[in-house]
Design a protein around this ligand. Structure first.
Ligand SMILES: C[S@@+](CC[C@H](N)C(=O)[O-])C[C@H]1O[C@@H](n2cnc3c(N)ncnc32)[C@H](O)[C@@H]1O
Length: 223
């Protein structure tokens, strides 16, 4: 599988810093309003919450602030991400952060044990997403939810303008990087994501476009 290094030309440390710096704007008030309205109320007592491709673990930390009774599980293929997460302070007592390549190895979890599985800006990287979606389906408990938040296709001019105006990127290196990332970030349309979820036997419960670059879905396995 191509790594984010080959795709974006960034080192693990660069990507880690980017994820940390942009975390507050990516997981902002509209995100939490959507989460509270569509996910929070559907969680059982003492939920098991997994973030797949958890990066630096900041979303998992924030989820634990909301649900101190949760068991938190974070998996990421990049050791630097997991190392960063292990230095965070979590409210819940039970937190597991582990290096794991979900594209290569099944999750170290029993069937039907997870209340909420989250993937944020991760699935678009995978060569073939369906085996990972099947693995998420396997670990979700009855009534469990899958929170998928990922890039959606934008026209080239819109994407370049977004990187310039929203990401505040400028100069020849940034432009080269933007062109390299364009096919990575603009791989799937909203319809493609909906089709993939259906193909993997998920029913969409809610969705929103909280940012022009991303679509967020709440889905649950169909029976
Ligand atoms: C763009 S970052 C997003 C990180 C985090 N979800 C966030 O939103 O801050 C993508 C993450 O996916 C991880 N990743 C990529 N392929 C993976 C795989 N096969 N298994 C587990 N993690 C993976 C990368 O290491 C990276 O941390």
């Amino acid at each position: 599988m191509p790594t984010h290094q080959s795709l974006g030309g960034a080192s693990d440390e660069d990507l880690l810093q980017r994820m940390v710096v942009t975390h507050p704007e990516r997981f902002d008030a509209p995100f939490w309003a959507f989460f509270d309205a569509q996910v929070g109320g559907r969680l059982p007592p003492r939920p098991v919450i997994m973030d797949l491709g958890c990066g630096p673990g900041l979303l998992l930390r924030d989820l634990g602030e909301r649900r101190p009774d949760a068991t938190l599980l974070g998996y990421d293929v990049t050791p630097a991400m997991i190392a960063y997460g292990r230095h965070l302070t979590f409210k819940p007592a039970s937190v597991t952060l582990a290096v794991h390549d979900v594209a290569a190895t099944p999750l170290p979890l029993a069937d039907a044990t997870v209340s909420l599985a989250s993937m944020s800006s991760v699935l678009h990287v995978f060569d073939e997403p369906l085996p990972t979606l099947a693995e998420i389906r396997r670990v979700l408990a009855p009534g469990g939810m899958f929170l998928l938040n990922d890039w959606i296709r934008q026209p080239l001019a819109t994407y370049l303008a977004w990187r310039r105006d929203v990401m505040n990127e400028s100069g020849p290196d940034a432009l080269r990087r933007a062109f390299r990332l364009f096919p990575v970030h603009n791989k799937y349309t909203v319809e493609d994501w909906r089709w993939l979820l259906g193909e993997a036997r998920f029913e969409i419960l809610a969705q929103a476009e909280l940012r022009a670059s991303h679509r967020i879905f709440v889905a649950t396995p169909t029976r």
